[in-house]
Design a protein around this ligand. Sequence first.
Ligand code: SAM
Ligand code: SF4
Length: 329
Amino acid sequence: MIDPFGRSISYLRVSVTDRCDLRCVYCMTEDMTFLPKKDLLSLEELDRMCGAFVSLGVRKLRITGGEPLVRRDVLSLFQSLSRHLATGALEELTLTTNGTQLEKYAEGLKAAGVKRVNVSLDSLDPERFRAITRWGNHAQVMTGIAAAKAAGLKVKINCVAMRGVNEDEIDGLVAWCGREGFDLVLIETMPMGEVDGDRTSQYLPLSLVRARLAHRWTLEPIPDMTGGPARYTRCAETGGRVGFITPMTHNFCESCNRVRLTCTGTLYMCLGQEDAADLRTPLRASESDDLLFAAIAEAIGRKPKGHDFVIDRRHNRPAVSRTMSVTGG
Ligand code: SAM
Ligand code: SF4
């Protein structure tokens, strides 16, 4: 699949639920209304959708949400999708999770062919973690992360850097990840969806974080190996990788290789634009995948050039109305 700007689309992120057991302040409001269960694609339909994308050239699948591991029977989806790993059609099957259910699922995921997990963790301090997630149990997540490591999964920690919230902990996270053998990826807050707090005051440019880290750590840029939006460095002192995702200060759209499918079968061609394609109707209209293939081709044909995120006092409104938990982060 090649889009109008010559970018090859080889990466699909699939949100399997909009629900979550946490309510991170930058992601959700406290009183979220979730979709009725009947609107969701079944696991069989999600599997068929993924299969269609794989046969069109997707080489990397990331399962996300909401919190993917709160979807009932989600392991059966991983087990079923692993057939594409076995044939070699798929290079990587992975997930992004908040870690609360990892203790239960780590071994099953590994057995299904998952090699790496991204775990979101914005603080190493239990009280602060609870405040950011509104009610999350830090110990439960740490146990989940330990289970992933013990199961032989590679762990990447995603951390949203927030002014006045966790900016004093980034040093500690670099050190901890270095000791544990985890990659660390720092993320700027993106203006997605209405949240309760003031996003402008939370926004912390990673250029500033990086300059501060340079006082203590030697961060050597390493060539991009993932094709993703993170710019990686190697921390000379710990040997670990530290990545920076800077949607606000550095636009990474020119190398974008991905599209995102929601749990209702809507395809978003760009995280930061409203345009979307309904794939549920063509999926359900026929047992063969011909209609679906045609709808996917049409959608890829209108993938936009990029997003235009701005956070400042004049633009204190979300760039897109849906939250990250809808599109799948
Ligand atoms: N629940 C899972 C988790 O937290 O890892 C998967 C879904 S979550 C939406 C995916 C990632 O998006 C998380 O790392 C989260 O921190 C990030 N995220 C959510 N809302 C964001 C926002 N407004 N700006 C930047 N990152 C955001
Ligand atoms: Fe849930 Fe992930 Fe959003 Fe936090 S970032 S509320 S864990 S979906």
